[in-house]
Design a protein around this ligand. Structure first.
Ligand code: PXP
Length: 239
């Protein structure tokens, strides 16, 4: 069964909407783990719009499954990662104006600096995943620069509005998952996955882990975090 890594960024988004000290993303992480989350994910952005360094440090102390830090491959972030030592870093592109991560890292344009980041993190004992679009050339570079894992960007599939578009985007994900596995990369998937779109992944056993945030936190407002995580785990167990 594929694993579920729960992203708690949007618990912090709600906290920051008022600039106060609740809801607490660390408490959400504990509830997610209680319900069976296999990992906790946070994205520490340069502008600190939701998750703060304090959250990552506390999570490092309390997360019992694994802590996955999403970050840009900047020298500031590398310094923080080397200090906090998450179990895994997922390297993502980042721009100030985006509402959320808009695309995968372009490894063809940025091979050299991403390779340096991969080496630095791996030398410190941190596993490295690279968030990339389902594009065979990108995956080949991820393999070449010695990443441990790739996370395939599922946003284009999840956001597609027509059946034909959805099918085309899904086939890109299938091809990417298969080539990644062939290259002995661990293949994860994430971005935009909800309680409906997850069902499309039935039979695609190449995917080791789903990284899901917004839809789980949105459901948690109505059902509580533990139930929201259990519901997603149940859907993943049926894939
Ligand atoms: N994976 C990556 C690399 C992301 O940047 C995000 C968004 O923070 C996610 C997964 C989770 O996406 P969503 O919140 O849409 O489930």
């Amino acid at each position: 069964m594929a694993q579920l890594a729960v992203n708690v960024d949007h618990v912090a988004t709600l906290r920051e909407a008022r600039g106060i000290n609740y809801p607490e993303p660390v408490a959400a992480a504990v509830a997610a783990e209680t319900a069976g989350a296999d990992g906790i994910v946070v994205h520490l952005r340069e502008d600190r719009r939701h998750i703060k360094e304090r959250d990552v440090r506390l999570l490092r102390k309390i997360v019992q499954s694994k802590l996955i830090l999403e970050m840009a491959a900047t020298s500031e972030m590398l310094g923080i990662a080397l200090d906090i030592k998450p179990d895994c870093v997922t390297l993502v592109p980042e721009t100030k104006k985006e509402l959320t991560t808009e695309g995968g890292l372009d490894l063809i344009s940025h091979e050299n600096y991403v390779r340096e980041a991969v080496t630095t993190l791996k030398n410190a004992g941190i596993a490295v995943c690279i968030f990339i679009d389902p594009d065979l050339d990108q995956i080949k570079v991820a393999h070449k620069i010695d990443a441990d894992m790739i996370e395939i960007h599922t946003g284009a599939f999840c956001d597609a509005t027509t059946g034909a578009q959805k099918q085309k985007e899904f086939f890109r994900i299938v091809d990417a998952a298969k080539i990644g596995t062939k290259l002995k990369l661990e293949v994860n998937a994430g971005h935009g996955i909800c309680y409906n779109t997850i069902k499309a992944f039935k039979g695609l056993h190449e995917i080791s882990e789903f990284s899901i945030g917004h839809s789980i936190v949105a459901r948690a407002i109505l059902t509580g975090m533990e139930q929201a995580v259990r519901d997603m785990k149940q859907l993943i167990s049926g894939l």
